[in-house]
Design a protein around this ligand. Sequence first.
Ligand code: ATP
Length: 435
Amino acid sequence: MADVDLMDKLVSMCKRRGFIFPSAEIYGGFRSTYDYGPLGVAMLRNVKNAWWTSVVQRRRDVVGIDAAILSMPKIWESSGHLKTFTDPLVDCRSCKERWREDQIDGRCPNCGSTDLTESRAFNLMFKTFVGPTEDSASVAYLRPETAQGMFVNYRLVQQALRLKPPFGIAQIGKSFRNEITPGNFVFRTREFEQMELEFFVPPAEAKTWHEFWIQERYQWYLNLGISPEKLRLRPHDPDELSHYSAGTTDVEFLFPWGWGELEGIANRTDFDLSAHATGSGEDLSYYDQASGERYVPYVIEPAAGATRAMMSFLLAAYDEEEVAGEIRTVLRLHPKLAPYTVAVLPLSKKPELQGLSEQIFHEISATMSVDYDDTQSIGRRYRRQDEIGTPFCLTVDFESLNDSAVTVRDRDTMQQERVPIVDVLAYLRGRLEGL
Ligand code: ATP
């Protein structure tokens, strides 16, 4: 499928099937802002859960937090964001469009003119006011990254849980950037969700942990179904590195328009804790009683976008194939990411079948996400479930009333199997195990 077609098809499927809608569409839409519909919110939650399970739940050395989005100017002064969190903005004198200078090649992408203004630094942080007065004392910022929440809470977390480096603090949440040119669907938006880990280590161990997290995070995308041809690691050139970084490697995905960043894994040295120690006057060093050493921990930061990751999983999963002379659209999502794991499909609306189907729905929905669909032909219902990526369909037919079994249909192979109702849950668990 041509790449342009893929994007168009995905965007249209996302709207039609309730994954992602243009925000405020009844008013004509609101500038590259999107709302997540019923299937989108389920899938996004699955992406975030998969990250949290891997980075927090399954590790003894990482804990989670949830910090405030509204944040104090002092944080952004110390972190350097007030001064340096900028993009170079240029105006086209001919058509008046505005662009990020580093994303165009000296030519306006809208009208082709090379008559552009000098670039100026444009700060990407959203400023707002807290309380009933709009003066400088009441300024606050919407956080442009979740990372600072981990740095400013570092000492409280470390002491409350008596943690000793190496250990990590993780957070998932919304971030806001006044991007000059948002676009490519939810790849770049002004409001988006991030999944970030700040892993605090003794300075001498920083290189080893950096390499560890690069591999760990790369593997996460592969485990969730992105093929190795569409995923690569790209170390930053020295002149590309952020001022705080002693080394950054990006995980990149092959989007329809080329390679793009999914996640950056940086060795941030002791930049952050030192900056907040200076800014706040608090001592953020760690005293290691065993070695008698005092040091400011280095930070290894894997910083990923949840909404951008979701888009890459959707792109990687979207497939069309010909089945019996018709095109079948199938979203080959990893079962952990699919909005529904199972669909219960009573063959008819007759009360006996409905009763049994509802019973099955109630039993399975206690542990898995289940859709229930009793409209139109069974063939159509299978296609609808294929299109939204549901890995298993359970069809309840009249025979089920006699043999107490249902037909389980597999999304990818379309193979069907008869399974006793009492064994269905164990059967599904077995199929999902180890995935
Ligand atoms: P870029 O250079 O593309 O603006 P960045 O390198 O500044 O991005 P980071 O600050 O490293 O991005 O953010 C970490 C992750 O957060 C990114 O890899 C991406 O997945 C996600 N992200 C950043 N900005 C956006 C955005 N505007 N919309 C959606 N996701 C974003």
